[in-house]
Design a binder for this molecule. Sequence first.
Ligand code: AMP
Ligand code: MG
Length: 479
Amino acid sequence: MRFDNTYARLPERFYTRTSPTPVKAPRILKFNRKLADELGLAPPTDDAARAAIFAGNVVPDGAEPVALAYAGHQFGHFVPQLGDGRAVLLGEVLAGGRRLDMQLKGSGRTPFSRSGDGRAAFGPVLREYVVSEAMHALGIPTTRSLAATATGETVLREEPLRGAVLTRLAASHLRIGTFQFFAARRDEEAVRLLVDYAITRHYPHLQGAENSALALFNAVLRAQARLIAQWLGVGFIHGVMNTDNTSIAGETIDYGPCAFMDAFNHMAVFSSIDMQGRYAFGQQAPIAQWNLARFAETLLPLIDADKDASVRKATEALETFMDVFRGEWLRVMRAKLGLLREEESDFDLANALLNVMHDADLDFTLTFRSLSSRLEGEASVEEDPPALKEWLATWRARCERETAPAAERRRLLDAVNPLFIPRNHQVERALQLAARDDMSAFDLLLEAVQNPYEAREDLLHLAIPPKPGERVLQTFCGT
Ligand code: AMP
Ligand code: MG
């Protein structure tokens, strides 16, 4: 693995040098061979040597472990210092023509740990593994999971649990909270360095822009708008959209109590800690805009030397968010409805379907997936609720105005509307078994969600929504 660590070249106040804490008995639970091959990463082939690296017992050549400093708004409240309390950045690997952060999560205490133990349990680690790989397969920007490694140690939560470490790859771990950390300390020089760093690493086409802070802001705004639109297209609820969990690169990051919905509900919330529904499904776009406002605040001194002018420029940029988001959302929804042409009424058509689904408790994933078979022949079946029958008739009339052949549109529908998502009840079941050393359910689920569009007979049971008694109503962050 070839490391080239640019973040560790930034001034010392951006991080703390710290090593992962060795664990008792490292054992690989899951290794993402496909990802390693794609990237041309070649960790040791020997199981023990590989486990030693991914558990943090051996620091690989070229790595320079650091815990990153960041702050963040958590559920609306500003915390001036969060930082990597249970993770270390090993370094940046150059792989597959890209530069990727390699991070160990659950690797022991760091100077940012506060009262935490710096560790992670099997459940949250495997949960992030399967959900992030599902997101990737769905074409949604996300951090990736390279390995899950058992530590052979116990972590204490409500009960004793088995410990694990996740090896995560990310475009970077720059967060809105990273900028906030320095802005809160009135360290303008650091914010300026971060702007340059973010542009060089993620938005190189902006190099030489007249107003680099504003250019970066607009680029991050667009990336967030696109990301949230994609989440909404698969029924994903992040659950903890704090500013420290908002990636500057526009990737989905920090999978905690996240969930995919089964029955559609505009305001679905699963996270046990989200009492007020701040991060409910339908709140995610306005919350992204709120987070971006916090980002803009950190950039104000750089946008314009004149304070009023700076606020005006930042506000103008921020106010474009809903339009940009709406455009991205429409693009996602048109594809999901098999519409290649653009018509004014498409926005209402998409919303009408969501309202029908909401009112009739229809399964989000399967309703969309069924559209390909409803394009020709009988649109509706007897069991369909009347409101859905009516909507399908309108949709079919709209589809008549498409020019591409129906077979092609049918194929495209099945290529964007997944059959498999990591359904809560299946994830929970897989994790429960994994905690007892039975990875069979986890492996099957992973296989299904890694090929979400392919109707494989032997996996079809994983596409079925939960029966009333199987529904998982709450998810936990498990930290
Ligand atoms: P997250 O829930 O991943 O967004 O984390 C929020 C903050 O809590 C970050 O600063 C984490 O590093 C910290 N944190 C979460 N779990 C632990 C833990 N077990 N030990 C130490 N710090 C933690
Ligand atoms: Mg976090």
